[in-house]
Write a protein that binds this ligand. Structure first.
Ligand SMILES: Cc1ncc(COP(=O)(O)O)c(C=O)c1O
Length: 313
């Protein structure tokens, strides 16, 4: 992925030139990875020049309600302020095509313990992010020997920056072995998720995904896909998934904000289905596309407009 640097970031309440967007090397964010974040997408509206930020409110709910809550980070900005800041930043960077945002809450000074008067901050990055070829072509995966961290070590439910060292080591290992992406198991040896995506398989026509207690991030795209599958009247199961089920599935795909609905066409050299994007995956991709671009009806507040009028609903 090549991301050219945009002109600005949003840092602690201000639109700041890229080169001046710094936090100190002594901060706990830098030293120990003490931050949490969200990855969010904005899509060019199907019928106008607007950019629609997808499920911003739900991303803020996970940031404030799960990640910041578990790690006890308070920041001096509300969810509504951060949503407005996302739209401000997209406008400042003059982004008009599909984009990816990162919203980060971090610990600044190195302080630990319950009485520590920790200083914190927040920043936002916004990059143009066109869809890649993998959306159609799919990815080749391996089941990694690296496991997702267990619930009582550091819960994958918390979108903590430091959790991505686990993702990184699995991703690098997979790529060094000639695959595109890893699939990680949990401590019990059941299928958990990808390095930065939730995982679905199709077995006997049923759309199956691991439950929320299988050491996964409770993905917003996962939730969207489950809702779309229900709308399309596809049978769905959230349950434990055995690794060998990956080898016999009719279809498999990742679901994530960055990945969207991404076909998996091979796992450990077993072709999935015909080794190509399958019909259920295609159906869900089309429905997802209609939803994010504003062509299909969405629940209230799912799409925040950037240019028409910033509405926080
Ligand atoms: C480890 C992990 N799992 C799953 C997901 C998918 O979550 P979402 O759909 O909310 O982006 C992500 C992406 O943020 C992730 O990093």
């Amino acid at each position: 992925m090549s991301e050219t640097n945009p002109k600005h970031t949003w840092l602690n309440g201000h639109i700041v030139p890229w080169a001046d967007s710094t936090i100190h090397v002594s901060s706990d964010a830098v030293l120990r990875g003490a931050s949490v974040f969200e990855g969010i997408r904005a899509y060019r509206a199907g019928d106008s020049d607007d950019l629609l930020i997808f499920r911003a409110r739900d991303h803020m709910k996970r940031l404030f309600g799960t990640s910041m809550r578990v790690l006890r980070i308070d920041i001096p900005y509300s969810a509504d302020q951060l949503i407005e800041a996302m739209a401000d930043l997209l406008r400042a960077n003059e982004v008009h095509e599909d984009a990816h945002l990162r919203v980060v809450a971090y610990f600044d000074e190195v302080t630990w313990g319950k009485d520590a008067d920790a200083t914190t901050g927040a920043y936002i990055l916004a990059y143009p992010r066109p869809r890649g070829a993998r959306y159609e072509k799919g990815v080749r995966c391996m089941v990694s020997t690296w496991r997702r961290p267990s619930e009582n070590a550091m819960s994958p439910r918390v979108k903590a920056s430091a959790n991505y060292l686990n993702s990184r080591v699995a991703m690098v290992d997979a790529q060094m072995k000639g695959f595109d992406m890893p699939i990680l198991l949990n401590e019990s040896g059941k299928v958990a998720e990808g390095a930065g995506q939730n995982l679905f398989i199709v077995r006997d026509g049923v759309v199956v995904t691991p439950t929320k207690t299988q050491a996964i991030l409770e993905g917003i795209t996962r939730d969207t896909v489950l809702r779309l599958a229900a709308q399309l009247e596809l049978p769905v199961q959230e349950r434990e998934v055995d690794p060998t089920e990956l080898y016999v599935a009719e279809e498999a795909f990742f679901a994530g904000t960055a990945a969207e609905v991404m076909p998996i066409v091979e796992i450990d050299h077993y072709p999935v289905g015909g080794g190509q994007r399958g019909p259920v995956t295609r159906q869900l991709q089309a429905a997802y596309d209609d939803l994010v671009c504003g062509r299909a009806q969405a629940p209230d507040g799912w799409r925040v407009s950037t240019y028409a009028k910033t509405t926080v609903a």
